[in-house]
Design a protein around this ligand. Structure first.
Ligand SMILES: Cc1cc2nc3c(=O)[nH]c(=O)nc-3n(C[C@H](O)[C@H](O)[C@H](O)COP(=O)(O)OP(=O)(O)OC[C@H]3O[C@@H](n4cnc5c(N)ncnc54)[C@H](O)[C@@H]3O)c2cc1C
Length: 531
């Protein structure tokens, strides 16, 4: 065994260079953490697989400097049209609903391969490259390090010892298995098919078309190019288990459900896959973490899978960076599982319920799918509060950590406004008296904490316990700011201490520096600057 590559040069070993591992490596590198990223494959995946990029992911991409490229490459679906038994039943105006909630009020249709290419490019720009053909085959850990056995491109094996290891190695995660962590759940009996086609038919252009039938469903995602669609659906049972399946064999089922007027010009790629709903029993075992598909897998209905992995990485990266740099105690890392495990559990429950409804072939479920669901959705989505809940759920901007040990709300804030644990709302505000209204998210620095101070002077000395980790944004009171703040129930005076990932850590009315100092020490486990 070659034990020469002991982690003197590596703080975190990232196992797996899918979207989750690439996001984690990027976020660590931006924060000065010495990361290594390995993958057992010879190069990036060529299949597009996941293709829905949610608003929250684009907000994160924006800090990473790749949002514009993603927008240029993808197609914006600013809504969905529901078809029931071949008849247009409802339209979900995602763009109109989300206009005040995110700078990206749409679903971006962009293949996983393109997302990985952008993330890989961002990583290279930071001087870090993926070590391909390098597989994790063994893992042990003790109190202060992890020893990983790697199979190198030439077939030899060697040990590396690192302080921290992140398992971003997908549904069959070696990190999870070698750590003996159960992956609880089960497979679904259904098999999905996906196909990239050129087709014409009843589909409304530029939106997601959802065809609901008594016996199933088909989704048509708008792709770049003329009449280019990605179809996702359930494979008819008689075609299951066929390795030599041709797309032509699926066409009759698609046509039956999406209408006779449907005509296919070409199919450039198609695949089938079986899905499971499973969740790892733990996301954190001493010095190892599980993220993305290694931690949770579920039905792709709702386009949440890849996005959830990306947010796992965004949640863990800033915490690991603080611990690696010695600014925070390792206790901070427990909040990763405290926050992300419940998110995965809820997602699994929600997607499982929805999936069961859209695939069940019972008479009652068929009726619910084709008669009740479109009508209820059509009616419910006329109500502003339901619209907002819907957008926040789909776009992942509504994910919150209110019960996290890192969330603390001081007395006096209204229930309806942003609470500790919430993603701070997207606002356009004047940050200087008589200055222009600015996109607040553009001003937040995600490698630091941000203190938003409303209707009161910022403390002259900042929050000393955070030192250079803090940026302060003072929101002066004027008519335009007051209107924008009132819309999201943010009172004046108030203050919001945001974590680097944009979630509110501590919030209150009058800024209380001693309370913030105590919060930083007790909740974030941050050590005083210079200690
Ligand atoms: C055909 C198909 C279609 C899909 N469609 C959708 C969709 O429409 N919407 C959606 O949300 N999701 C979809 N998914 C799921 C989506 O692709 C995953 O959620 C996403 O890939 C998860 O990313 P990840 O980085 O966590 O894991 P992965 O993308 O699986 O990446 C894991 C990486 O780890 C590497 N690896 C594994 N073991 C080791 C090891 N021991 N050592 C080193 N490297 C290792 C692998 O080579 C791989 O590159 C689809 C999946 C498939 C297969």
């Amino acid at each position: 065994m070659d034990a020469s590559r002991v982690g003197a040069n590596t703080d975190v070993l990232v196992v797996g260079a899918g979207p989750t591992g690439l996001m984690l490596a990027n976020q660590l590198a931006r924060r000065g953490v010495r990361a290594r990223i390995i993958d057992r494959h010879a190069g990036p995946a060529l299949e597009s697989r996941a293709l829905g990029v949610q608003a929250r992911t684009l907000e994160i991409y924006s800090h990473l400097g790749i949002a514009e490229q993603a927008l240029d490459l993808g197609t914006r679906a600013d809504g969905a049209v529901l078809w029931a038994q071949g008849r247009r039943a409802a339209r979900v105006p995602l763009g109109d609903i989300g206009r005040d909630l995110s700078p990206y009020p749409f679903l971006l249709v962009l293949g996983q391969d393109d997302n990985e290419r952008l993330l890989g490019g961002a990583l290279r720009a930071q001087g870090l490259t993926v070590e391909w053909n390098t597989e994790l085959v063994g893992l042990t850990q003790d109190a202060d390090r992890v020893t990983a056995t790697l199979k190198r491109p030439d077939g030899t094996r060697g040990d590396v010892t690192v302080p921290w290891l992140a398992g971003c190695d997908g549904a069959r995660s070696s990190v999870r298995e070698l750590s003996g962590i159960a992956f609880e759940g089960a497979p679904y009996e259904h098999v999905f098919f996906v196909a990239d086609v050129q087709a014409t038919g009843s589909m409304a252009p530029g939106v997601l078309n959802v065809y609901l039938w008594r016996s199933g469903f088909h989704l048509f995602f708008p792709m770049r190019g003329t009449d280019h669609w990605r179809i996702v659906g359930i494979l008819p049972p008689h075609l299951r288990g066929r390795d030599d399946l041709k797309f032509e064999e699926v066409i009759p089922a698609v046509r039956q459900e999406a209408g006779g007027g449907l005509s296919f010009q070409s199919c450039s790629w198609h695949s089938t896959y079986r899905i499971h709903h499973r969740r790892a029993a733990r996301f954190h075992d001493r010095r190892c973490f599980l993220l993305g598909d290694a931690a949770h897998i579920h039905s792709p209905v709702g386009g949440q899978g890849m996005n959830t992995g990306l947010q796992d990485a965004y949640n863990l990266a800033w915490k690991l960076a603080l611990v690696v740099s010695g600014r925070a105690g390792a206790a901070l890392l427990h909040s990763y599982e405290d926050e992300r495990l419940p998110v995965a559990s809820h997602l699994l429950k929600r997607t499982d319920r929805l999936f069961s409804l859209v695939v069940s072939d019972s008479w009652l479920a068929g009726l619910l799918r084709t008669r009740v669901m479109p009508r209820v959705m059509g009616l419910a989505l006329r109500t502003a509060s339901v619209q907002r809940i819907f957008f926040r759920t789909i776009s992942q901007t509504g994910i919150r950590y209110r019960t996290s040990p890192l969330s603390e709300a001081l007395a006096g804030l209204p229930e309806a406004g942003a609470r500790a644990g919430d993603r701070f709302p997207w606002l356009r505000l004047r940050l200087q008296a008589n200055g222009p209204a600015e996109d607040l998210f553009g001003r937040l620095e995600d490698t630091r904490f941000n203190l938003i101070v409303v209707g009161q002077a910022a403390p002259a000395g900042g929050v000393p316990a955070l030192g250079d980790l803090l940026r302060i944004h003072e929101v002066p009171s004027d008519a335009a700011n007051d209107r924008a703040l009132a819309r999201v129930h943010i009172p004046s005076p108030s203050f919001y201490l945001l974590r680097p990932d944009g979630h509110v850590g501590l919030a209150g009315t009058r800024l209380d520096v001693p309370a913030a100092t105590r919060y930083v020490a007790e909740r974030l486990h941050l050590r005083p600057t210079g200690a």
